[in-house]
Ligand binder design. Structure first.
Ligand SMILES: NC(=O)c1ccc[n+]([C@@H]2O[C@H](COP(=O)([O-])OP(=O)(O)OC[C@H]3O[C@@H](n4cnc5c(N)ncnc54)[C@H](O)[C@@H]3O)[C@@H](O)[C@H]2O)c1
Length: 288
């Protein structure tokens, strides 16, 4: 008797042409669909990965555009069954400081992606969204209720209204990444109802990516980390692999800090002013 052939499992990675994206593609293997802004960069990365026994598909996709997210979902469905969805694409200071764009690209796009992929979720599908230790800063807690509803039409206006003018980009990033953590909590039930899981990872300073090398020019947090060093993209990828694996089958709706103990070191910093200034993200905003 002939049995129907199972469609292949596809692992989708946004920000797939970046440092963490490539490390995750290597760690996950199989059929990997890399989505990113630049066709040129995607082609370079696909070439690098081709020798590693990975089936690499690529697609140009700006995650800030819902129509391009819809096209990414269609492309995934055409390739096979959704396995892992690793949502890495994002922007951050000091390279990127426009607060509105940070909120739209980092936060709103994350909610749109988790929503748009929902119809493809089947038993075993698992999303990991990359948040940040920035999302653990106290400055964002008073606006949790706003951040939790990423589809509210007045979301951006409400956040811009409370942002100070000084260091607005850093505070917007803290808001947006806190929002990423909250979206993963919120979508756990909807994905769970279809047999899927959703988690976030909050990296500390990861210094072997383009973004990480820029952060190195502005942040002292690698030195503050309990482990006294920055992390590497492969150290994020190995935790992504765990979170999408059957070994994490009862883990959903949670955030895992992969920061070498950066947040714990700051929370228990011997100088309370140092701790509070980290929580304030350089602003004079109140912290909860
Ligand atoms: N590197 C760090 O120290 C660090 C720390 C905490 C969190 N993060 C988070 O990790 C992610 C960055 O990953 P990385 O360190 O590999 O950096 P990276 O710069 O190497 O990769 C980021 C990738 O995202 C892509 N991208 C940016 N905007 C996009 C958009 N609108 N649509 C599609 N793709 C887009 C870029 O083209 C790039 O390829 C971000 O979400 C960032 O907030 C990084």
């Amino acid at each position: 008797m002939q049995t129907a052939e199972q469609p292949p499992t596809v692992n989708v990675i946004t920000g797939g042409a970046g440092g963490m994206g490539v490390a995750c593609a290597r760690a996950l293997g199989g059929t990997v669909l890399l989505a990113d802004l630049s066709a040129e960069r995607l082609a370079e990365v696909a070439g690098e990965l081709a020798g590693d026994g990975i089936t690499v598909e690529t697609t140009v996709c700006d995650v800030a555009d819902p129509a391009q997210i819809a096209a990414l979902v269609d492309r995934t469905a055409a390739l096979g069954r959704l396995g892992a969805l690793v949502h890495i694409a994002g922007v951050a200071p000091p390279g990127f400081t426009d607060p509105e764009a940070i909120i739209r690209i980092d936060l709103v796009a994350t909610a749109q992606i988790l929503e748009a992929f929902l119809p493809l979720v089947t038993t075993g599908s698992a999303a990991v969204c990359i948040a940040s230790v920035g999302g653990h800063r106290g400055v964002s807690r008073p606006v949790d209720a706003v951040l939790a509803d990423a589809f509210a039409p007045d979301l951006v206006d409400r956040l811009l209204a409370v942002l100070p003018t000084e260091d607005a980009g850093l505070a917007a990033y803290a808001f947006a990444k806190r929002g990423v953590i909250l979206q993963c909590e919120r979508y756990a039930a909807a994905w769970g109802a279809r047999g899927g899981r959703v988690n976030s990872i909050s990296p500390g300073h990861i210094d072997d990516t383009s973004m990480g090398s820029l952060i190195a020019t502005a942040s002292p947090y690698a030195a503050i980390a309990a482990l006294g060093r920055a992390g590497k993209a492969v150290e994020i990828a190995s935790v992504v692999s765990f979170l999408v694996s059957p070994g994490a089958s009862y883990v959903t709706g949670t955030d895992l800090r992969v920061d070498g103990g950066t947040v714990p070191a700051i929370l228990h910093h011997r100088d309370p002013e140092e701790r509070d200034s980290w929580h304030r993200a350089g602003t004079s905003l109140p912290i909860a």
